[in-house]
Write a protein that binds this ligand. Sequence first.
Ligand code: ADP
Ligand code: GLC
Length: 507
Amino acid sequence: MIPFNRLRIVLAVSEAVPWFKTGGLADVTTALARALDKQGHDVTIILPDYAAVRGSRSSLLPEVTNTGIRFSVNMVGETVEGAVRWAKLPESRVKVLLLAQGRYFNRPQLYMEDGVGYEDNCERFCFFSRAVLEICSQMVLRPDILHCNDWQTALIPALLHSQFADRPGFENAASVMTIHNMSFQGQFWHLDMPLTSMDWQYFSMHHMEHHGDLNLLKTGIAMADQVTTVSPTYAKEICTPEGGCGLDGLLRHRRSDLTGILNGIDQTIWNPNTDRHLSAHFSAGKPQPGKSVCKEHIQQRMNLPVRSDVPLFGMVSRISDQKGFDLIVEASDRILSQDLQFVILGTGDLRYEDQLRRLAERFRSRVAVVIGFDDSLAHQIEAGSDVFLMPSRFEPCGLNQMYSQRYGTVPVVRRVGGLADSVTDTDEETLADRSATGFVFGEYCSVRLAETIERALTTFRQPAVWKQIVHAGMSSDWSWSRSAKRYVEVYHQALERRHERDKDGRQ
Ligand code: ADP
Ligand code: GLC
């Protein structure tokens, strides 16, 4: 039977704010959960309990308590036990289950240390994916939808197809696989296959095998009832050889089950009028003096000359090839020959970290670089900057270009993925119809980046035009309600697909 109104949704995911965050996935998880909850659905988030890291990145942490519930998963002959902890997502009815397993999850980081992934990542997340279904069964959650996110939970659709298909509590359950980033696939050598507990018959090019390896993201894409990704443009891009990271053939094959849904933002956390990290508040209706106070504050904090007339560029990012740091380094002489300031907060690839540090040393009065992860500073950079830079090589969705628009900070972005879907370039036409919200370039090239920054600088010196662009961005609607409705439509499509599968199976 297909449920009509209130769905029981389990969001299986490897990170969620405010407990654990390395990137946008953590923001999206809780914001979507809250939006679904508001629309009347019953939502449970299940995530690993990386107890040692818990809260290290947030001061306001909802209490986590033990439930007394224990579970076990048979990992290739060894019984591995875990415990369920529990928390409530603030301002919602969303339940959060944290699966504790000391050996796998009580580590200094989530996925990697010093740029190197933990060598048992396959084992850790196979355990987690299998544990999610064990817990659903043991706690009688009876989910209608198992919504899986990225490779860490991509084994779940396969388990649901096979050993859990007829388990009590899963008779009607359907799976949805959301791809947040095609470049992380969870690809491991074939001898890890037993960790999945799947029969070797699934180690085929149509299911779990990819060029001789086990590929978990492929598994999820191949076997979920519906597949989504985080923007309409990225949904198209991943079906091409350039964007598909080797899985474009499979994605084209599943094209009719693939939907691109643009992420929204959590407007309670990212609101310049209430943001607890800011020294002054502001809104679309009254951007000043709050925004200027925030700019002054960030200039002081970063030891840059305090000047209101100089355009301040900000960037908050994982430092990786994805985010276009090679373009920035290549264009730096040309960019920094202009009268501007540049604040960068990020962590990641050591090679780029070094290059950025060197830029900061060379251009002391113009460039400030903070290597690390700092949520509070991220909010302050969004609020205090005039321009936000995201010259990504690829970008499934991207959240910062939306945060920055809400904070009156004009984005300079490359026309790719979700950036193409959320920033409108400034030209005569878009200024005339007041839709311009930023500056966009196409070709992935440092000259194009530098030219676009120069376009932004020229416009910055025309206060009335700048004000119009800022206002258009601040007035845009980035709330989750519309996108959450799209997810619910996809959930219903998944349930229908599951229903059809069962019918076919019985014939
Ligand atoms: P991605 O998930 O690819 O890293 P997104 O734009 O979707 O990119 O989301 C990144 C999120 O992580 C944003 O909320 C951003 O503010 C945050 N973030 C990235 N790096 C840092 C950092 N060094 N310190 C604080 N927040 C960061
Ligand atoms: C990924 C993508 C990013 C997206 C985020 C949340 O990390 O790189 O573009 O916004 O997931 O969906």
